[in-house]
Unconditional design. Structure first.
Length: 152
């Protein structure tokens, strides 16, 4: 299950052994996790964790990590690079436009679209590598901690 709140996307999984639903925000370099015992609980925890993360950043005077810039570097074998470039040229498109189109097609194929993510919503820990800061404890949930790089 996927959820979206304030531009952050949460991916949710069920841990049968522990009997909890848990998840993580997947579109940021920071680690934001959450959990609950029901769908409603995990949705609420997701929203609370995003809000906690944003407040944590604000209290430290730091800018929250925003979901992705739209640029990434990928390494592929030279032969595949040549083939991809030829495919783009044959399609009458720039390499960037052609690759973006192919990636969008792959995302649509697995059913992950902005509208499908927005159908669900609902996080309880904000974490970055670095210093650990105690966070509030939510009844029935684990203790939440947050860390930032270079502060520890």
């Amino acid at each position: 299950m996927m959820m979206e709140y304030k531009g952050y996307i949460g991916k949710v999984e069920f841990d049968e052994a522990a009997g909890v639903i848990h998840g993580e925000v997947i579109n940021t370099r920071d680690v934001i996790t959450f959990q609950g015992e029901s769908v409603a609980g995990v949705r609420k925890a997701f929203r609370e964790s995003v809000d906690d993360y944003l407040e944590f950043c604000k209290s430290r005077g730091e800018t929250p990590d925003k979901p992705f810039s739209g640029q990434f570097v990928t390494r592929i074998p030279p032969d595949l690079h040549r083939q991809v470039n030829a495919a783009a040229l044959l399609a009458g498109k720039s390499l960037n436009a052609w690759v973006a189109e192919q990636l969008q097609g792959a995302v649509l194929e697995i059913g992950l679209t902005k509208s499908s993510v927005r159908k669900n919503s609902g996080v309880k820990a904000a974490t970055r590598q670095g210093k650990t800061v105690p966070r509030k404890v939510v009844p029935g949930k684990t203790k939440v901690r947050a860390t930032r790089p270079g502060h520890g």
